[in-house]
Each structure stands twice: as structure tokens, then as C-alpha cells.
Ligand binder design. Structure first.
Ligand code: SF4
Ligand code: SF4
Ligand code: SF4
Length: 315
């Protein structure tokens, strides 16, 4: 590591005023919406039990709105709570939701898939400088060393299409795009080399299904992977079943994945799932000129036929 990189590692990327301004704006808007009865509840973040941590919350009264916060510890993609599968949340009525830029892309996807209607939502977008990487010390400042990999090359710091923008963006240095670099290294391998790369990673999968549970787009009431009459996929963590699960998962999410990297964040086995997500997204962009989560009214390329689609794979 060179000297300038070492210096960046300890330089805080945000200061307290950044979080305080966003928190204040979110609280004000949530209080107004709940007092006026515009929404029945607000999905946001509150402080966690340990110093510097945060966790999702749903507040239903103006008094509780004062508990809402925003900080670099607000890692969760709250769009997860808006699918039809989350009946206890959706049953509350019209909702407001706090959304970072990457969460907005998931919201756009869920609107496109008719999981939620745009007019049933008030979206409180938040200017986001970045969130902590999995395992980073939340009591320490957000730095080049503690920021999540997805945030190093974020292009949606300011969410588009929200009803309100909370906070403002501090000036930020350019960060090394580690994920893009790793993707380029992977693409330079032979097909056999890439297969070996994924085989090794997937061999560690313990099939805890945390990646599925946290994904806003894994909302099927019965996942194919849980079916046992007949059994579609081997459910124990063995190599063949693991590989099949990850191929099914990647194909099911192709053209839908919003790139929030929540699946990778929660994986207890440190499997680089977002690398696979990014590769799939890149293929879709090259083949169909499509990027998920940009246009709420658009169906994904795998859900729609066009005469202009690439047919070259049909031999
Ligand atoms: S990817 Fe962008 S919007 Fe999402 S958490 Fe990171 S910096 Fe914020
Ligand atoms: S979270 Fe990780 S270990 Fe668990 S099923 Fe997903 S890939 Fe496997
Ligand atoms: S597959 Fe992972 S990155 Fe994509 S939307 Fe689901 S949780 Fe987010």
C-alpha cells in the first residue's frame, strides 16, 4: 500500500454534522407525515443496542419519529419490508420509507414488479456518502478502510425519484474501485478458471439462506429451493447442491437485482455474491442495454420479448 492510501485509511469520510442533518430532516418529515395522517407508519432506522450501530424500525406515532436516525451504520436495504410477503407491514396502510440511492433502485424494481404501488408510498430519500463494510467497527469513523465495497464506486449517492431529499453530501475523495478490479481479474480468467473460482467459493456455502431472506427480490411465498415434493434442489450444503442453488439464484435475479449487496453483507461465509450480481448486471447491459432499477415502469429483459433481442445464442 502506498503512503497516500495509508493516509486515506484513517481520514474520516463524513463528520457528525452530515449524519445530524440527515437525521433531523428525516425526523421532521416523519413527524409531519404521521401527524397529518398522510401515512400510517414510517420505515426507517433507529439506534442499535451497541454504540454506533443502527437497525431497521417501523414507527407509527409522531412521538416515536424522534427515534429515527441516519448514519453510516444504516446498512439495511429497507425495501425488503415492502414486498407483498411482508403482510404485517403492508397491512398497516400507506407507508413512508427512508431510502438510500441503492435502496431506491430496489424500490423501482419492486414497483415495476407490482409488489407495491408508487402512490402507496412516500419516499424519504437520503443523501448517502457510504455505509460500513460488514464487520467494520461501528464505533470508529467511516474511512477508506471501513466503507463497504459497493460504496467505493457508487453512482447513486443522491437518490432519484424520492419525494424528499434528507441531508446533503459531504465532499468525498475518489476511492479505489475494488469490486471493478476484482471483476476484471475474474473476466481475464479462462472459463475453467472462472468455474474453479466459483466452485471454491460456493463450496463454503452452508445454505443458511440469509442471502435469500435479506434480498428484496426473493419474495416468492415458496422458494423453489425449499420444495421437497418433488425436491428441486438438494438442500444440504454439498458441492453439487450448492452450485445448483447459486446458479438458480443468479438466474432468478438476472435483470432484477438492484445491486444493494445485502446478500453479500449477510453471508456468514464471506462469499463474494455481489461480484456475481455485478457480472450478471454487466452481461445484461451489454446484451440488452438494460440496467435494473432505473425505470420503475419497465419490465426486465428476461420478462419481455423484443424483435431486436440478441438471438445469436440460438444455434
Ligand atoms: S451504494 Fe451508494 S447509496 Fe448505497 S449505501 Fe453505498 S454510498 Fe450509499
Ligand atoms: S448467505 Fe452465504 S452461506 Fe448462507 S446460503 Fe447464502 S451464500 Fe450460502
Ligand atoms: S441479489 Fe443481493 S444485491 Fe441483488 S437485490 Fe438481492 S440482496 Fe440486493
Amino acid at each position: 500500500m502506498n503512503k497516500s492510501a495509508q493516509k486515506l485509511d484513517v481520514t474520516p469520510l463524513v463528520d457528525e454534522s452530515y449524519c445530524a442533518a440527515a437525521t433531523q430532516a428525516i425526523r421532521c418529515e416523519a413527524t409531519r407525515l404521521l401527524t397529518e395522517g398522510t401515512v400510517a407508519a414510517v420505515i426507517g432506522y433507529q439506534a442499535g443496542r451497541r454504540k454506533g450501530t443502527a437497525m431497521p424500525t417501523i414507527v407509527s406515532s409522531p412521538e416515536k419519529a424522534a427515534e429515527l436516525i441516519f448514519s453510516s451504520a444504516c446498512v439495511n436495504n429497507l425495501a425488503l419490508y415492502l414486498t407483498k410477503a411482508k403482510k404485517e407491514v403492508r397491512g398497516k396502510g400507506r407507508l413512508a420509507i427512508v431510502a438510500k440511492g441503492c435502496d431506491m433502485r430496489a424500490l423501482a424494481g419492486l414497483i415495476a414488479e407490482s409488489q407495491v404501488k408508487r402512490d402507496e408510498l412516500v419516499i424519504i430519500g437520503v443523501a448517502c456518502a457510504g455505509v460500513y463494510a460488514s464487520g467494520a467497527d461501528r464505533a470508529a469513523p467511516l474511512t477508506n478502510a471501513t466503507i463497504a465495497r459497493k460504496c467505493r464506486e457508487c453512482v447513486v449517492h443522491l437518490p432519484e425519484g424520492a419525494d424528499l431529499l434528507a441531508g446533503s453530501l459531504p465532499q468525498q475523495p475518489m476511492l479505489t474501485p475494488l469490486e471493478s478490479q476484482e471483476l476484471a481479474r475474474l473476466e481475464a480468467l479462462t472459463p475453467a478458471g472462472r468455474w474453479a473460482f466459483w466452485k471454491e467459493h460456493f463450496s463454503r456455502c452452508v445454505r443458511c439462506m440469509a442471502c435469500r431472506q435479506v434480498c428484496p427480490f426473493c419474495y416468492c411465498e415458496q422458494c423453489l429451493c425449499d420444495r421437497n415434493r418433488p425436491q428441486a434442489l438438494e438442500s444440504t450444503p454439498r458441492p453439487a447442491g450448492n452450485m445448483a442453488w447459486h446458479i438458480v439464484r443468479a438466474m432468478h435475479l438476472a435483470g432484477r437485482c438492484a445491486g444493494c449487496a445485502e446478500c453479500e453483507r449477510v453471508c456468514p461465509m464471506d462469499i463474494p455474491l455481489n461480484l456475481l450480481n455485478r457480472k450478471m448486471a454487466k452481461e445484461l447491459k451489454e446484451l440488452y442495454g438494460y440496467e435494473a432499477g432505473l425505470q420503475p415502469q419497465e419490465k426486465g429483459p428476461l420478462a419481455e420479448y423484443k424483435d431486436t433481442d440478441d438471438q445469436s445464442f440460438i444455434k
